[in-house]
Design a protein around this ligand. Structure first.
Ligand code: CP
Length: 322
């Protein structure tokens, strides 16, 4: 850990060993459970008539979103607001990045304005790690290229935990474009650390088989095999722009081979359906599946606010417990 940018927590009260949330590769099961337990407390705050606590008064959170986002951007903003932190945000198109300013200079200028926490979404894998090395702010990764999306995976396992007794032996299948999915990578790290069995399923062109050995998962190109004995199926968004790369013949054929349909729900009566969003209705999930009572997609979104409150609470400096 000593030479990692993700240095040990400076707050002696925090049981976390980390100062940043860059990816989940170095978070152990105790740390993950502590984050989930904290998020569960904040989930209860969201159901109160007044959904705000003064915990992070005096803390400033800057969101730098250099890629589009609906859920992650809004929920980080809401989470910071619910904790009474001050927030500012910047997009690529509305910033001097458009004039050629580098990521490092952008972040150092943001930091010079006395910001405590930087939430970064960026198309380059490793961009949050880079910022953690060249600034003093706490860095929270909101998705970096195809590398990692740690808060998404944490909100996913938080949502799963509402429906299960234990992760030990839980069978989770992640279906779709695994190669380009930061959600898949972070979920594999969180789920295997917590004791779940993970199957990755998708077209051979989107399924890096080396992950089977490197990440202790099973891989298959057969959706029926992925759903057999599966407790939770997580479908991933097909990036339509990848159609030009010849990774799958057509949207229609993708849906026929890998789309989850009402028939799958009938054949697997206890199967729960998840999706990180945004959903391509009729592609990775049939329209009726998106709206089915066993699709817990909107619970994922609600839990995203609670989970991001927990991350800010645990990692942001200058907090006053209230
Ligand atoms: N799941 C997710 O990251 O969604 P957004 O891209 O809308 O933030």
């Amino acid at each position: 850990m000593a030479d990692s940018p993700d240095t040990p927590a400076v707050d002696a009260d925090s049981p976390l060993r980390h100062r940043h949330l860059l990816d989940l590769s170095t978070y152990d099961a105790d740390e993950l459970r502590h984050i989930l337990d904290t998020a569960q407390e904040f989930r209860a705050v969201l159901d109160r008539p007044i959904r705000q606590v003064p915990t992070l008064q005096g803390t400033t959170v800057a969101s730098l979103f250099f890629e589009p986002s609906t859920r992650t951007k809004l929920s980080f903003g809401l989470a910071a607001g619910r904790l009474s932190a001050e927030t500012v945000s910047l997009s690529k198109s509305g910033s001097s990045v458009k004039k050629g300013e580098t990521l490092k200079d952008t972040a150092r200028n943001v930091e010079a304005m006395k910001v405590d926490v930087v939430v970064l979404r960026h198309s380059s894998p490793g961009a949050p790690h880079f910022l953690a090395r060249c600034t003093d702010s706490v860095i929270l990764n909101a998705g970096d290229g195809a590398h990692a999306h740690p808060t998404q995976a944490l909100l996913d396992v938080l949502t799963m935990r509402e429906h299960i007794d234990t992760f030990d032996g839980l069978n989770v299948s992640i279906i779709g474009d695994i190669t380009h999915s930061r959600v898949a990578r972070s979920n594999v790290q969180a789920l295997t650390t917590l004791g779940a069995n993970v199957t990755l399923c998708g077209p051979a062109t989107m399924l890096p088989v080396e992950m089977e050995r490197a990440m202790d998962v099973r891989t298959t190109t057969d959706l029926d095999a992925a759903l057999e004995g599966c407790d939770i199926a997580m479908a991933l968004r097909i990036q339509m722009e990848r159609q030009d790369e010849g990774l799958f013949p057509s949207i229609r054929e993708y849906h026929m081979k890998f789309g989850i349909t009402p028939d799958h729900l009938r054949r697997h009566p206890n199967l729960l359906i998840m999706h990180p969003g945004p959903v391509n209705r009729g592609v990775e999930l049939a329209n009726d599946v998106v709206d089915h009572e066993r699709a817990i997609i909107l619970s994922q979104v609600t839990n995203g606010v609670a989970l991001r409150m927990a991350i800010l609470y645990l990692l942001a400096p200058q907090r006053t417990d209230g």
